[in-house]
Design a binder for this molecule. Structure first.
Ligand SMILES: Nc1nc2c(c(=O)[nH]1)N[C@H]1C(S)=C(S)[C@@H](COP(=O)(O)O)O[C@H]1N2
Ligand SMILES: [Mo]
Length: 337
């Protein structure tokens, strides 16, 4: 089993990723967990430390929400650049998640006044451990047990995973077994050796949580082909970890001119949003681009703009505009290569 698999974005329509095509990333394999034996512990800065079995968890009030999940290395800044949409940004998917709000469980355990962070730990070989600020934990974080109506698949964290909407995928700890409430972040391996951004001055930025606004054209995209001249429909997806997508601009001339794409309802906060725009192809070379804008007014940057801010050493959090070249013969290739 490979350490990751991507979602075939260029083959899908709509905003819901079928469970069998959801991207998958694990650092030390997929553990086989008996739900009868599995427990979730909440301890640390709480009035009543607790251990829940899975049946107890399902007796709390639950909620369902549609959210995207994206790995922060999607793609990294390093070549080789992918050929297809899946190879470029296939580490993003979107599903309807059902679970108990973490706030509900924390309220139940009773937070101490000093509680500032929750350090979440998985029951896999990696013992994946990440620190989440208490404000986020009391906001929209879920302890999820279902995805698109069915119980989580083993690869997605069965029987329970943390789901941290809009934050880098790594924080949505799968096979969740422990929530340690603390007054400090854990500064765990995953937030020191990895998942930090090395800046131009040699210092590393820790805790770059939010997945910034991004989009990708899925048709026409790399490895596809236009077989007739005339009007075509450009299609794609956009998303932002900060909330709703408010617009997507598209260009066919490499970003010199932009027009406005049509957004397909529903447009949901921290979920994929589909967009469409007609364009003409008369057999000349084109360079297709999309740039998304979110409700904070943030505009998806070019790679040049991103590198100007971050320097050349960044690895994670590349949300740059993705160009696709259409050749005179109709072949679509990565405009970056
Ligand atoms: N316990 C545990 N949780 C984990 C991981 C892991 O290896 N172990 N991988 C993380 C990473 S890097 C990502 S991007 C997401 C992927 O979730 P998915 O496989 O459901 O798409 O899970 C995160 N949670
Ligand atoms: Mo990831």
């Amino acid at each position: 089993m490979s350490a990751y698999s991507t979602t075939p974005l260029q083959e899908l329509d709509g905003i819901i990723t079928p469970n069998g095509l959801f991207y998958e990333r694990h650092h030390a394999g997929v553990p086989e967990i008996d739900p009868q034996q599995h427990r979730l512990m909440i301890h640390g800065l709480v009035k009543n430390p607790m251990i829940f079995d899975m049946a107890e968890l399902r007796q709390f009030p639950s909620e369902s929400h549609i959210y995207f999940l994206e790995c922060s290395g999607n793609p990294s800044f390093l070549p080789p650049y992918g050929k297809t949409a899946a190879e470029v940004t296939g580490l993003v998917s979107c599903a309807q998640w059902t679970g108990v709000r973490l706030k509900t469980l924390l309220d139940h355990a009773g937070l101490a006044s000093k509680a500032k962070w929750v350090v979440a730990e998985g029951a896999d070989g990696a013992g994946m451990t990440r620190s989440i600020p208490i404000e986020k934990c009391l906001d929209d974080v879920l302890v999820a047990f279902s995805q698109n109506g069915e119980r989580l698949r083993p690869e997605q964290g069965y029987p329970i995973r943390l789901f941290v909407p809009g934050f880098e995928g790594n924080m949505s700890i799968k096979w969740l077994r422990r929530l340690h409430v603390t007054d400090q972040p854990g500064h765990t391996r995953e937030e020191t050796a990895k998942y930090t951004d090395l800046m131009a001055d040699g210092r590393a930025r820790e805790f770059s949580f939010v997945m910034e606004c991004k989009s990708i054209i899925t048709f026409p995209s790399g490895s596809q082909r236009l077989t007739r001249k005339g009007t075509h429909e450009m299609r794609g997806i956009a998303w932002s970890g900060r909330g709703k997508i408010t617009g997507v601009d598209v260009s066919i001339d490499g970003g010199n001119n932009w027009s406005t794409a049509i957004l397909q309802e529903p447009v949901l906060s921290k979920a994929l949003t589909s967009f469409r725009a007609p364009f003409d192809w008369d057999g000349k070379e084109l360079m297709l681009m999309s740039r998304a804008i979110d409700e904070t007014g943030y505009v998806q940057p070019t790679l040049t703009q991103l590198i100007a801010v971050r320097g050349k050493f960044s690895f994670y959090h590349n949300n740059a505009i993705q160009p696709w070249r259409i050749s005179a013969s109709g072949e679509v290739t990565n405009g970056r290569a």
